[in-house]
Write a protein that binds this ligand. Structure first.
Ligand SMILES: Cc1ncc(COP(=O)(O)O)c(C=O)c1O
Length: 401
């Protein structure tokens, strides 16, 4: 029998989906399951988005579209990023894709030859590793444990870049930790980046509108404009606008990179479907009340989760200020046994399995994100489920002996 390509052996199915599947199976068996597992925003976009999509269906000629994205969408993207201070870019600096994940995949193809190194902090979003492995890049992890608030220090960055990785990938606000870098922290990291002109910088900032406590978003290009030639800014409609399944992501950065992605699009997807583009334009340019309202709601949910995390003895949980995740270090539970079930907890996977079996609460083990001492809680579940889910989480801890 002929063999599959070697790269398929390196591609792994998502660890997050594995937990979600198990939770789904238990639910189908009649168990009362509360899911804190998948990173979906769990709200719908405003009615104007659906209306724009309907109109596009009526108008859509069904022809192929632009490999880069239609001008009206590119203009909407440019206006969108101007609101966070990223000015002076043109349509030639933009490229779209089927979600930010696809844009990251395209960037990996465009920037990394086999054997090149990509550096990024851990905890990381799982797909970074999977994508890097598919393109056969070397991965240089920069460990950022809870003791340093899951944040990269300038010194760590300096040491990492001295090894000359081809790409540095940075995610702010972070999935899975919810941490947000302050302006001063971004400036300090940007000061290091300018010293290493041979490294591309991908700023995966897709949660840039989901900031709490009055924090303002900041970016390497704002900090050091000379980085504009090397920083690729990523955004997506998935989280901000409650549109994960519509699949629209984009990059803004150096023209040469955008052009490379347009070329890849021309050979992969040809174009993001016009109906999706129309919905995207409406989301970006229409009323912003849904995302604004959700940000307020998520901040309140963050507070609710943190009240419980802070009440659990031994748990270490840096306070997130963005996105919709909390990432407690649960290593104080390792070596203990869950009394009622007799399950021994040796690691994060044991913990998440035992929690799901005993209490019907699904969380993702931190090892999926490169931090096996932790787990991820995604708190976008319907509001009435949050308090009971957290109560069960707390009870589970109380039952450890
Ligand atoms: C940090 C980060 N980057 C990129 C993505 C991909 O988003 P999209 O739905 O636009 O593909 C996600 C989705 O969970 C994410 O958390």
């Amino acid at each position: 029998m002929p063999q599959l390509a070697a790269r398929i052996g390196r591609a792994k199915p998502s660890a997050i989906m594995a937990v979600a599947e198990k939770a789904k199976r238990l639910k189908a068996e009649g168990r009362d399951i509360i899911s804190f597992s998948i990173g979906v925003p769990n709200f719908l976009p405003g009615p104007h988005v659906y209306e724009a999509a309907r109109q596009a269906v009526d108008k859509d000629s069904g022809q192929y579209g632009s490999n880069r994205g239609p001008d009206a969408l590119l203009d909407a993207l440019l206006e969108h990023i101007e609101q966070i201070g990223l000015t002076g870019y043109t349509r030639a600096n933009c490229a779209t894709g089927i979600g930010a994940k696809h844009v990251i995949y395209n960037l990996a193809e465009a920037l990394l030859d086999e054997g090149d190194t990509i550096a990024f902090p851990a905890p990381y979003w799982t797909s970074y590793v999977d994508i890097a492995e598919i393109v056969n890049a070397k991965i240089q992890l920069l460990p950022c444990p809870a003791s340093q608030n899951y944040k990269l220090t300038p010194q760590q960055l300096d040491e990492a870049l001295a090894k000359k990785p081809k790409v540095f990938l940075f995610n702010n606000p972070s999935n899975p930790t919810g941490m947000v870098y302050t302006k001063d922290e971004i400036v300090a990291l940007a000061d290091v980046l300018v010293k290493y002109p041979d490294t591309w910088v991908i700023a995966d900032d897709i949660y840039n509108r989901m900031l709490f406590d009055g924090l303002e978003y900041y970016n390497f290009v704002l900090a050091r404009p000379e980085l504009r030639d090397r920083v690729i800014f990523l955004d997506s409609l998935s989280k901000t606008y409650g549109m994960p399944g519509w699949r629209l992501g984009f990059m803004v950065g150096p023209e040469v990179v955008a052009k490379a992605l347009v070329t890849l699009n021309s050979n992969h997807i040809t174009n993001v479907p016009e109906v999706v583009n129309a919905a995207g334009i409406a989301a970006l340019t229409g009323p912003q009340d849904v995302p604004n309202q959700k940000r307020v709601e998520f901040q309140a949910k963050r507070d609710q989760v943190m009240d419980v995390m802070n009440a659990i003895p031994g748990l270490v949980c840096p306070r997130p200020q963005g996105a919709f995740y909390v990432f407690p270090d649960i290593s104080c539970a390792f070596g203990k046994t869950h009394g009622p079930s007799g399950t021994k907890i040796e690691n994060d996977v044991d913990f998440c399995n035992a929690l799901l079996e005993a209490k019907g609460v699904a969380c993702v083990p931190g090892s999926a994100f490169g931090e096996p001492r932790a787990l991820r809680i995604s708190y976008t579940c319907p509001t009435p489920q949050l308090a009971p889910g957290l109560q069960r989480f707390q009870e589970f801890f109380a039952e450890l002996v």
